[in-house]
Design a protein around this ligand. Sequence first.
Ligand code: PLP
Length: 389
Amino acid sequence: MLQTVKVNKKYFTKLDLSKVPSPCYVIDTNVLEDNLKIFNKLKTDTNVKILLALKAFSLKHLFPIISDALDGVCASGLNEAKLGKKYFGGLISTYSPAFKSSEFSKIMKYSHHITFNSISQINKYKKLCIDKKIDIGIRINPLYSEVEVSKYNSSNLSSRLGIHINQLDKLDFNNITGIHFHSLCEQNFDTLENTWNKIWPYLKNIVKNLKWINLGGGHHITRSDYNLNKLTKFLLDLKTKTNCQIILEPGEAIVFQSGILVGEILDYIRGDNNKIPNIGITDISPVCHMPDVIEAPYRPLLMNEPTKGKKVILGGPSCLAGDIIGEYNFLNNPKIGDKIVFLDQAHYTLVKTNFFNGINHPEIVLWNSSNNDLKVIKSFDFKDFEKRN
Ligand SMILES: Cc1ncc(COP(=O)(O)O)c(C=O)c1O
């Protein structure tokens, strides 16, 4: 089970829940802007380039705010690269474990950096990239990770992501201009430093051929206990030591704590305290609306949950027996129609929603907590369901 990230500031307490539809994601643009200020300062202090990882968050309505502060996007393939080019601009850096020939010319059209996963993919596409003057990168597997949940550990021996760091001497660095690694997950600075210390002996002699080094995502930079001073110093040192453009491509940290998922209790089934649990059926389906709850898995934080109380298992409206959000404490037995709020739901949620059971996506609401401006920017209905079938 992935540890639930603590939310240490009291966001969203002033939101009037009676004013929003159910279910809905609410993004507080103020929190987003506060996060962006942190990245902006980091950029000014270190000259690092920051790309938004679209796989984590790709709500194009917010691209104008985000693109003002950042340098571009990291894309996972054709669609994200095209979205980035069309709505975000700046540097588009595309990486995929393998590119399809049928998509590659379009991917080149939208990308400035293309990072490959293997020597064979480089050999297959390098001439095309050179002709189009696209920077070629290679993803390396540092063979070092501090990620305990194996699903999120991309750096073990059997990982399919990146070439093993000790195989770098097999590469011809004449045409490769960048190195990329992504091996962190919700981690603080020390993990980055430890990873870099493993990588550096292998890169020392290669770095003179490189233009950029991309340190991937997973840096929990906007968390209150993140050691920004150490990161700043590290990035400055790295720049001096390598003479390369250093790039970070965070996803989660950009929108960290800026979103919630609001739902309501549709039915409450009182159990008997010893054997049968109390059950709340909600209009939030973790399967459809917060898939990481099932996939990671993890237990999302419920707003205002008391430390003790009546235990209620909350689940979704789908047919899947495992469509369970988790067990939560309630001061009083929940009532039908009560609103519930799950915290920190901006990243890896809106990008992952699906229509399993024909369940609608939550509406998307932007809220500005400083002036209480509330705007529903997206609603979904049968037409959206029909279109995908
Ligand atoms: C290659 C790559 N870059 C960046 C990211 C963004 O990571 P995070 O959202 O944890 O910052 C990911 C996430 O899986 C990734 O695979």
